[in-house]
Design a protein around this ligand. Structure first.
Ligand SMILES: Nc1ncnc2c1ncn2[C@@H]1O[C@H](COP(=O)(O)OP(=O)(O)OP(=O)(O)O)[C@@H](O)[C@H]1O
Ligand SMILES: [Mg+2]
Length: 591
């Protein structure tokens, strides 16, 4: 793999501005996609309002007490207000956390549901690691905003209103002086928020590249060791860590600089309130108690404005998260409910001038036509990369063809109910890991009925898997480890074959890997496949000579087109690719 992915890139400012547009829109859209716990969000907002009301009482009581009003009533009320403030703060934290968890869950459920129904094409574009990180981390960013910052903001809007009416009530000149500052303050924070957003985004990107690098390399440890690349990888890792460090460092500087800058702004403001306040007190326009209460109110106002600027930064920062979540939940889903029910499953499948590409401008299958007769075995052979696996995917409608059509009887397969269509196949993929759990669970995956031990044994026997299964400590109840890691590649493949056998669908689709199995397990798989294929409609990509030889027809693929079609004997005469393929297989099995 090229290392360019991990290099530090400079971003064009114009491009960056373009990409920062549309954040608010995507936010609102995202808001209404999931089933959100609105009752909780509204309840939380009401608590914030209550909390603001309580906080607004503080300066008033301070002023009363400072001016010597120590009536029982005033003192008791002041105490109640203080205690209520403390209790409310606690309750707010608690409810806000619960609301955030509920929102997290809603988005995660939505994403999971959408992922299950998304076409494979999405999985070519977004890698599993990335999907996990979006489901786990990006949802949290969104829930923090919805489940904590926006309710708090609504609460504090009331606070702004309360403070402004109060300070105007005290002295309009002083209040006007304060208000003039608000635009300056907001302007500063918008400017600063953008700056901070960028450094934050950069840090996020570097971190995700770093995690991708680490997880990819850790999965390839045998490769690294066998090619003695440890030192090279250490260097690459160092580079990545350095890039991340630099980004995080820049962000820390930007974060830190906020304090002194904000301090200077606040200082100017405080100087004004103090200076002008002293003048007003000295002329007797206001009392010293009012001046103090005024000072407290203004402090409150700055606190609120500061929280707005934080909200603004946070929302800007979450832009990446919303875009990343949107990519997972906004795409097209597979269409299951199509017009035609599948009534007759005994037809031939016909590929008719099919073109297909995974990515634009890179045709993988071109003008491909052949028939897969019902009740017969069709073997597909061809060089690596010639499109064998792709053809199997197209037949099962994992992707739709770009040009041409695939017919079943006289109907385009795109018209059949998708689940019904796919249910018609038992598929053993080329490279399919197992699910963690027991061997039994893996063999019976996707089978809705109870499966007896006898039946299990029968399919395992037919897949040449029974022997090694019984050799494991717990037989069918042995754990296969994550992805089936405690079994060998050949053993995994045979479990997959046993599953396909148990499913017993009309069409058997096998994609046998040209694997580096030892000849004994290769033989075992070959035998298993051979037994499996007989007397069934099968489409097999095989490397086992006996399976291929016995097939009713063999399709030789080359660069996504049919090179030739025929039986073993016919092709030996007509196809040079086939001829050399058979020579190769014979040599292999004799060696
Ligand atoms: N998910 C994908 N996204 C983009 N290109 C792909 C994808 N899968 C396969 N290709 C490309 O399509 C071509 C055909 O791949 P395919 O897997 O069908 O070959 P194959 O004949 O099954 O090869 P092999 O014998 O090695 O399994 C290859 O050039 C491959 O790079
Ligand atoms: Mg393949």
């Amino acid at each position: 793999m090229s290392t360019s992915l991990y290099e530090e890139k400079k971003v064009d400012p114009k491009q960056r501005r373009e990409s920062e547009k549309g954040i608010w829109k995507s936010y609102v859209q995202l808001l209404f996609r999931a089933k959100l716990p609105w009752a909780w969000i509204i309840g939380l907002t009401l608590f914030y309002l209550l909390n603001t009301w309580v906080t607004l009482q503080f300066p008033e009581y301070t002023q009363k007490i400072l001016s010597g009003n120590l009536d029982d009533e005033v003192v008791y009320e002041a105490i109640i207000i203080i205690i209520a403030g403390i209790i409310l703060a606690g309750i707010l934290n608690y409810i806000s956390a619960l609301t955030r968890y509920k929102i997290d869950m809603s988005y995660r459920n939505l994403i999971w549901q959408r992922l299950m129904f998304s076409p494979l094409e999405l999985y070519n574009r977004v890698k599993p690691n990335e999907m996990v990180s979006r489901t786990a981390n990006d949802t949290k960013t969104v829930s923090t905003i919805l489940g904590s910052m926006i309710p708090a903001m609504i609460g504090s809007l009331y606070g702004v209103y309360g403070v402004i009416t109060q300070i105007f009530d005290y002295d309009y000149r002083l209040a006007l002086g304060v208000l003039v500052y608000i635009p300056v303050y907001i302007g500063f924070n918008i400017w600063y928020g953008k700056w901070r957003f960028r450094t934050n985004k950069e840090t996020h990107n570097r971190l995700s590249v770093l995690t991708q690098f680490l997880s990819e390399r850790l999965l390839s440890i045998p490769l690294i060791k066998s090619f003695a690349m440890e030192n090279k990888e250490i260097e690459l890792g160092k580079q990545n860590l350095l890039y991340y460090y630099r980004a995080a460092f820049r962000r820390a500087v930007v974060d830190w600089i906020n304090n002194p800058l904000q301090g200077v702004l606040n200082l100017a403001q405080d100087m004004f309130v103090i200076g002008f306040g002293i003048y007003l007190v000295s002329t007797g326009a206001i009392t010293i108690e009012i001046w103090i209460a005024f000072f407290m109110y203004v402090g409150m106002l700055w606190g609120i404005l500061e929280s707005y600027s934080m909200l603004y930064t946070q929302i800007k920062q979450s832009q990446g998260s919303t875009a990343r979540i949107a990519e997972l939940i906004d795409g097209d889903l597979e269409q299951y409910e199509r017009e035609r029910p599948l009534e007759n499953t005994t037809n031939d499948i016909l590929l008719n001038h099919v073109d297909f590409s995974y990515e634009e401008d890179k045709k993988i299958i071109s003008d491909l036509s052949f028939r897969i007769p019902y009740g017969k075995t069709t073997a597909i052979v061809g060089p690596s990369g010639s499109g064998k696996t792709t053809v199997l995917s197209l037949i099962q409608n994992f992707y739709s063809v770009d040009q041409g059509e695939i017919l079943f009887g006289n109907t385009n397969i795109n018209d059949f109910h998708l689940h019904e269509w796919r249910n018609m196949f038992s598929y053993v993929a080329q490279d399919s890991p197992l699910l963690s759990g027991t061997i039994r669970k893996n063999i019976t995956y996707g089978v809705d009925r109870d499966v007896s031990d006898d039946e299990l044994k029968k399919v395992a026997q037919a897949a040449n898997a029974l022997e090694f299964i019984l050799d494991t400590p717990n037989g069918f109840d042995s754990d296969v480890g994550e992805g089936g890691s405690s079994l060998s590649g050949g053993q995994r493949q045979r479990i997959n074959i046993a599953r396909a056998l148990l499913r017993d669908a009309d069409f058997l689709v096998l994609d046998e890997a040209m694997s580096s199995l030892d000849s004994k397990s290769e033989q075992a798989i070959g035998d298993a496949m051979n037994k499996l294929v007989k007397g069934r409609t099968s489409i097999v990509v095989a490397h086992d000579l006996s399976t291929i030889r016995d097939a009713d027809q063999i399709v030789v693929l080359d660069k996504g087109s049919v090179e030739s079609i025929g039986t073993h004997e016919e092709l030996l005469k007509t196809s040079t690719i086939y001829h050399s393929f058979v020579e190769y297989l014979t040599r292999e099995s004799n060696s």
